[in-house]
Design a protein around this ligand. Structure first.
Ligand code: NAD
Length: 315
């Protein structure tokens, strides 16, 4: 398939390079000038796996202003707050026959994509795949080849031939995809998962295993999970996992799968970039308000993360 990755950051590079290695035609589109300059200077991106085996991988890199291709599918991997700017700058090469796929964290991106792509051309996903961008021109794929997994579902919940072909290519790229049948439930399940780990590890600046091993982790996580699940029940959202399954997944992910990993929200905060908390805990609280439910814990931790950002800016 022919892909254009919108956003060549940590996840854009991971998906794009693995799809390229699986035999697809991939072009990367980015706007961060130091990253673009470094990739051109080096003749590619330095790729590592768990900080080791640093090697140069050639990629095709364009900006929204220089790209003039016609891919089958755009893959969006920007941060939530960057997406509208990318859409504004890229809209001149979007066409009706093309698909939009994304596994961004948080909520708010789908409504934005719907302004440019028809509902039957949008495929949403969630990824439990950790990747770090240590600096311009280099990326670190955390975990062994084939580590991590993802869920995906078309917005209209009717997988067509292109969606199935994407699934096959992601399988070939060893992203371990599962096709689910409930779009909102799939995305919200991950939002809720992130609303615990990303948020708490970011405000306390902890690797995930340290939170997982804290004796109060269950109680803290359960309070956030219960609020979010109560809201989803009111909103009629069918989540992929039960509350207990979500708690077990949190425990496994933090203590066993990725104990040394810092979530991407932490990485943003420590690089003085804004975090996605308003699109995660903030989104859950906003959804609660719509259904007359005050998500006081999510509201509190949203501000606690903003306080941590504010504190760092004043250091
Ligand atoms: P990223 O920050 O690495 O890249 C996103 C964009 O920001 C790219 O265009 C990149 O070039 C640019 N960028 C990166 N560092 C920058 C800097 N210091 N200054 C200015 N621009 C910079 O983002 P990502 O980790 O690829 O995340 C994309 C989406 O995927 C987000 O919604 C994220 O939550 C989600 N996600 C990330 C991971 C992960 O492990 N990284 C896992 C699952 C989901």
């Amino acid at each position: 398939m022919k892909f254009a990755m919108i956003g060549a950051g940590a996840m854009g590079l991971r998906y794009g390079i693995l799809l390229q290695e699986a035999g697809n035609d991939v072009t990367f589109i980015d706007t961060w000038q130091p990253h673009i300059d470094k990739i051109h200077e080096q003749g590619g991106v330095y790729v590592m796996r768990d900080h080791k085996d640093r090697h140069l991988t050639k990629i095709k890199l364009e900006t929204p202003e220089t790209f003039d291709g016609h891919p089958d599918m755009f893959i969006f991997f920007t941060k939530q707050m960057q997406l509208q700017d990318y859409l504004d700058r890229c809209q001149h090469f979007f066409h009706k026959d093309q698909y939009a796929f994304t596994a961004m964290n948080g909520m708010g991106h789908i409504e934005k994509l719907q302004k440019y792509f028809a509902d039957d051309k949008i495929i949403g996903a969630t990824a439990l795949i950790a990747t770090v961008l240590p600096g311009p021109g280099e990326v670190d794929f955390m975990g062994k080849r084939g580590a991590g997994k993802m869920n995906m579902c078309p917005l209209n919940e009717k997988p067509d031939a292109t969606c199935k072909e994407l699934f096959n290519q992601l399988q070939k790229a060893k992203m371990n995809p599962t096709l689910t049948d409930d779009f909102t439930g799939t995305l919200m399940t991950k939002v809720i998962f992130n609303s615990v780990i990303n948020t708490i590890c970011t405000m306390f600046e902890l690797p995930m295993g340290e939170f997982g091993n804290f004796p109060g982790a269950y109680q803290m996580g359960r309070q956030l999970i219960d609020e979010a699940y109560d809201i989803c029940a009111r909103a009629g959202i069918k989540l992929v996992s039960s509350r207990d399954e979500e708690m077990a997944a949190l425990d496994h992910n933090t203590r066993i799968d990725m104990p040394l990993h810092y979530p991407s929200m932490y990485q943003d905060m420590t690089k003085d970039r804004p975090t996605e908390v308003d699109y995660i805990n903030g989104y859950i609280a906003q959804l609660g308000r719509k259904y007359h439910y005050e998500a006081s814990t999510h509201l509190f931790v949203t501000q606690a993360v903003h306080l941590a950002e504010f504190h760092r800016q004043n250091l």
